[in-house]
Design a protein around this ligand. Structure first.
Ligand SMILES: [Zn+2]
Ligand SMILES: [Zn+2]
Length: 140
């Protein structure tokens, strides 16, 4: 277990946040949207316990990209760092990008989703994690 609260922030340090409870789960997303968003083969995020995220500083420079369908993607407008995604229909559903944490967030990625769309130029690691062609089913 990691020490709580967890802390994190963006690359420029303008945005700082605190997570008061252990995240619920974490996983890789190989969807094309995450590839575009991050410029890399996959994104890795941790779903938070409801109500456990607090922005400590820089809330005014957090911007959001809200696609017509799907989750809003919040980022730092000063440095472009990805921070977290939010379910527009459920304010308690927030997933923080694992790389935004300062230290060990305690949990490890436990699945890979949207592997049907994985980048052709980077093989998916043989790490034994369950793979889902599309979104991870809620009961998986
Ligand atoms: Zn920043
Ligand atoms: Zn994705």
């Amino acid at each position: 277990m990691a020490d709580l609260p967890l802390t994190g922030g963006c690359l420029c340090g303008g945005v700082r946040f605190v997570v008061s409870e252990a995240p619920v789960s974490a996983g890789y997303c190989h969807c094309t949207r995450c590839q575009r968003r991050t410029g890399s083969a996959a994104a890795v995020s941790a779903r938070l316990a409801p109500g456990s995220l607090r922005i400590e500083s820089g809330e005014e420079i957090v911007r959001s990209y809200v696609p017509d369908d799907g989750f809003a993607k919040d980022y730092c407008s000063a440095c472009g760092s990805a921070l977290w995604s939010r379910n527009p229909d459920d304010p308690d559903w927030i997933s923080v990008r694992l790389g935004a944490f300062d230290d060990d967030p305690g949990l490890r990625p436990s699945y890979r989703q949207f592997v049907a769309y994985a980048a052709c130029w980077e093989p998916i690691p043989g790490d034994g994690l369950p793979r889902f062609s599309e979104r991870r089913p809620p009961d998986a």
